[in-house]
Design a protein around this ligand. Structure first.
Ligand SMILES: [Cu+2]
Length: 193
């Protein structure tokens, strides 16, 4: 049975064409796939935020209405700008967004501004918004991701795009820092983090 090329160490590839017998080190299992090494590098900030410093990437679980704070108008327990997620400039950012509420919610990263828009729809980075931005991800089961590169330093908001929700407090802060060397998450965060 041929070996899938994806699991053969690169140094062994020339041998595949030239011989039927592999040296032991080139057999499947002789080297860990690169993806396994990448997972091993994940460093938790808390239960919502983790990062891979080598890959300069951060993964963020963003849960709408995680608890009852502000009547459910919160992300991970933070509302009205009382929580901040910071990432280093230039890092890859991946959000896993889930709606835990009985009503629809969405998420978008926008420039920091006052007053907060009634229905924010101008993403600060390409791809920095969920599906169903205006009508909201479905109650309880709604899920989407948003991925982008934090290419411009500054202060931003993570807000709900459903009309009326952001002015009611459904936003937290997002900072792209030119000096930070690792992500952080501060302020009012749901217990258990
Ligand atoms: Cu909402």
């Amino acid at each position: 049975m041929p070996l899938p090329l994806s699991i053969v160490p690169a140094a062994c590839l020339p041998l595949l064409a030239g011989t039927l017998a592999f040296p032991p080190a080139c057999a499947a299992g002789g080297a860990a796939p690169a993806s396994a090494a990448a997972r091993a590098d994940s460093t938790p900030v808390n239960r919502f935020v983790s990062y891979d410093a080598g890959a300069k990437s951060v993964s963020i679980r963003l849960i709408a209405a995680l608890n009852g704070a502000r009547g459910g108008f919160n992300f991970n327990g933070g509302s009205a700008g009382d929580q901040t997620i910071s990432v280093p400039l230039g890092w890859k950012v991946h959000f896993d967004v889930r709606n835990n509420d009985a009503i629809p919610h969405s998420a978008i990263v926008i420039a920091d501004q006052t007053p907060v828009p009634n229905a924010p729809d101008q993403p600060a980075f390409p791809g920095a918004y969920t599906a169903h931005l205006g009508d909201g991800l479905a109650p309880q089961t709604g899920h989407d991701t948003m991925s982008f590169v934090a290419a411009t330093a500054g202060n931003y908001l993570i807000a709900c795009g459903v009309p009326g929700h952001a002015p009611s407090g459904m936003y937290i802060r997002f900072v792209v820092s030119p000096t930070a060397t690792a992500p952080s998450n501060t302020g009012t965060i749901a217990a258990g983090g």
